[in-house]
Write a protein that binds this ligand. Structure first.
Ligand SMILES: [Zn+2]
Length: 480
């Protein structure tokens, strides 16, 4: 027995054996350096061991869609509003506050704190203008991250929108393709600078922003660049009804067909959302061709229920996508970035959609947040606890009201737990969360600074026609 091995004893350990998660009761998880060395029923003589008591060890979650540098900026703006002419979307013509570079730094830190506290040891960050900052911050915090290098037919800082609505009911597209190709070159540079850094914890993916903020030529070039560098691709697609309609009007194709025809779909692609596919009850093309294309290309979907339920719609449905051969993983996307809540919403939403409790169960959602996410990133060593896998795991405190009594830790966490049920998190064998707090960070002072930045930015925000923000985005109750 090597002295470098440390054992963790827990009431339940979710281990990986013969192609499935399994529950080891009153067992021991062995960690050696940054990897799992195995698991046992008995402690070898003389071995080092930490007894976690009434706790469960679960694999770290692999989160397939996040926006750390900007996730909080739309809080209290995006909810309960939207343009009825664009299917109640806020995407086309709603102004949002810009919180500047310091705002991006604070949001990145706070969001990564939020993510890891909910058990996400790996996060796919959709990087926009601040992808270098996000890669650096995740790396320094000891997290595992895949950062999408933003690509769009416009400026790097995303100051100007690619789509415009001059009148609140029509949409025009202003593709600056030359800038778009420059963004691809910058994405390649980011990959060369950061892919595999921070002891192999930080990776880069090509990140075209949306199907309708890139041209077909740019999507083809992105595929070439990704293949050349051996990195994956992530893109927002089929996330908005106006986007679906716009794509059909402009190209005569659904957003999924556009990606298929430009060669973008494949096993190495993570499609954020992919909700409005043909056959969805709210779109006007009824065939199930899109799901067939996604399944036949073995594409991966990042499922983030919150932003869709929040506007009264959802993916139709988790079980149907899985039946079509689509690898569905979980993402948190918006606020709150809480994987435990997101898993519960995904389960409830699927059951509501499928009109049965049997088709999508806790194990399907747990698999989505672990092994499906790992598969989407081409990783056999994440999302599972077995010999040779990365030592990325969380410890669930079973002594809390929401987890008591705990017979089936997976069901209890998904149907009753909260992110506060997770007390400790390890990435690559190193502890990053202790007693529910990220080591070495003062969350409260970061929150106070972000509040002050928000208050300044809200004062400056104006609509095109001079409306006040309170008129455009009504408060829940009037100010007095
Ligand atoms: Zn997103």
């Amino acid at each position: 027995m090597s002295n470098n091995i440390k054992f963790f004893k827990a009431k339940y350990i979710v281990v990986w054996e013969e192609g499935s998660h399994r529950i080891l009761e009153n067992g021991y998880l062995a960690v050696e350096g940054k990897k799992i060395a195995g698991y046992r029923n008995h402690l070898p003589e003389g071995a080092r061991c930490e007894d976690l008591g009434n706790a469960a060890i679960i694999p770290g979650f692999v989160n397939l869609h996040t926006h750390p540098s900007e996730v909080f900026s739309i809080k209290s703006y995006i909810e309960d509003c939207g343009n009825p002419n664009f299917f109640e979307s806020t995407l086309m013509d709603y102004p949002f506050p810009a919180l500047g570079k310091r705002g991006a730094e604070l949001q990145t830190q706070l969001n990564l704190v939020e993510l890891v506290k909910s058990g996400c040891t790996t996060s796919l960050i959709y990087g926009g203008p601040y992808s270098r900052l996000e890669a650096e911050t995740a790396g320094h915090m000891g997290l595992r991250a895949y950062v999408g290098a933003g690509i769009r037919a416009g400026d790097r800082m995303e100051a100007d929108s690619v789509w415009h609505s001059p009148d609140g009911h029509s949409v025009t597209y202003d593709f600056d393709e030359e800038s778009g190709f420059q963004r691809i070159r910058e994405a390649e540079e980011l990959a060369r600078d950061y892919d595999g850094t921070f002891d192999g914890r930080v990776h880069i993916m090509m990140g075209p922003t949306q199907s309708m903020t890139c041209t077909p030529a740019m999507l083809k070039e992105t595929r070439k660049a990704a293949d050349k560098l051996g990195v994956g691709i992530t893109i927002h697609v089929a996330e908005d009804l106006a986007e679906f309609e716009g794509c059909v009007r402009l190209y005569g194709k659904t957003p999924v067909e556009l990606l298929y025809d430009t060669g973008l779909l494949g096993e190495d692609v993570v499609l954020a959302h992919c909700v409005f596919v043909s056959g969805h009850s709210q779109v006007f093309i009824r065939s199930n061709k899109d799901l067939k294309l996604l399944g036949s290309t073995k594409s991966n979907v990042a499922h983030s229920p919150t932003p869709f339920i929040r506007v009264g719609t959802n993916l139709e449905s988790f079980g149907k996508y899985a039946d079509a051969g689509v690898n569905v993983g979980m993402g948190t996307d918006t606020f709150p970035s809480d994987m435990v809540q997101e898993m519960r919403l995904a389960a409830f939403m699927a059951k509501s959609q499928e009109r049965t409790t049997y088709k999508t169960r806790a194990q399907d959602i747990f698999n989505a947040a672990t092994i499906n996410g790992a598969k989407a990133l081409g990783r056999q060593d994440l999302g599972r606890l077995c010999k040779g896998a990365m030592a990325d795991f969380s410890i669930v405190d079973l002594r809390t009201i929401e987890m008591t009594p705990s017979r089936d830790v997976v069901k209890s966490l998904i149907y009753s737990g909260t992110r506060h049920s997770i007390s400790q998190v390890y990435v690559g064998g190193k502890q990053v969360v202790e007693d529910g707090k990220v080591c070495g960070l003062d969350e409260k002072s970061l929150c106070e600074e972000l509040q002050a930045i928000g208050e300044e930015a809200w004062k400056k925000l104006k609509t095109q026609d001079g409306k006040t923000m309170d008129a455009f985005y009504p408060m829940s109750f009037p100010r007095i």
